[in-house]
Design a protein around this ligand. Structure first.
Ligand SMILES: Nc1ncnc2c1ncn2[C@@H]1O[C@H](COP(=O)(O)OP(=O)(O)O)[C@@H](O)[C@H]1O
Ligand SMILES: [Mg+2]
Length: 217
């Protein structure tokens, strides 16, 4: 299917660039607007077995179809996540490879890249906390909530991305806390040593935003 073929988009002169990430993520200018095409790729030790193939156990259980369906629900709920455009699971015997296309979130930067410049900015951290809380209020459990999967756009509009292996589990407060702990660890790793004192004050602001969003609901 040409929609998921990087070569096709290159030929069309529609390849706008690449995004950083574990997966291969291409930025495209499609006839239905700016999009992002991600191929599911393994990281860590599993990549040695196969980088782009997963064991097939049904189309509905495949990563691209599951992520598409989660994104669909988030979209209907009006949550700040990428709108899903297309997904494919290509079966080859016992294995499959997968791709997902989403609408591109424009002019947004990963939170990871803003730590240095925006560490003293309460609005950014509160908005981030409030955004996460909106997803949790909906029941969304993110599988990899780190500072690269949080995109900050114009007017500090915060979006979450990367819903690979995410689940909707309403009321699973343990899983929501695990999400927050993972994000805290991600920030710790990225935080510049010279500003380590700022981390806890930014984290407090983030939690303030998170808690305030609960009261709105
Ligand atoms: N819809 C989107 N709009 C803008 N940027 C995106 C979008 N989807 C992904 N990205 C960018 O691509 C990166 C990698 O995509 P992601 O879904 O997180 O895949 P990975 O599994 O590689 O982490 C993200 O961190 C983000 O910077
Ligand atoms: Mg990611």
């Amino acid at each position: 299917m040409h929609l998921f073929d990087a070569g096709y988009w290159e030929q069309q002169g529609a390849l706008a660039g690449k995004a950083a990430g574990r997966a291969c993520v291409l930025l495209l200018e499609t006839e239905f607007g700016p999009a992002v095409l991600k191929q599911y790729l393994r990281g860590g030790w599993a990549a040695r077995v196969s980088r782009d193939r997963y064991v097939f156990s049904g189309f509905e259980q495949s990563r691209p179809i599951m992520e598409f369906k989660v994104l669909e629900q988030l979209f209907v709920a009006g949550l700040p996540a990428p709108a899903p455009l297309a997904a494919i699971c290509t079966r080859d015997g016992r294995l499959y490879s997968g791709w997902l296309m989403t609408r591109r979130i424009m002019d947004a930067e990963p939170l990871a890249d803003l730590i240095y410049s925006r560490r003293g900015d309460p609005v950014l951290w509160r908005n981030t906390g409030a955004c996460i809380r909106r997803f949790h209020n909906f029941g969304l459990v993110h599988a990899d909530l780190n500072a690269r999967n949080i995109l900050v756009g114009e007017a500090d509009n915060v979006h979450l991305v990367d819903f690979d292996r995410a689940r909707i589990r309403r009321g699973d407060s343990r899983a929501y806390s695990t999400n927050l702990r993972r994000l805290h660890r991600s920030l710790e790793k990225l935080w510049p040593d010279s500003f380590s004192g700022h981390l806890e004050s930014c984290w407090t602001l983030l939690l303030e935003g998170y808690d305030a969003e609960r009261r709105v609901q």
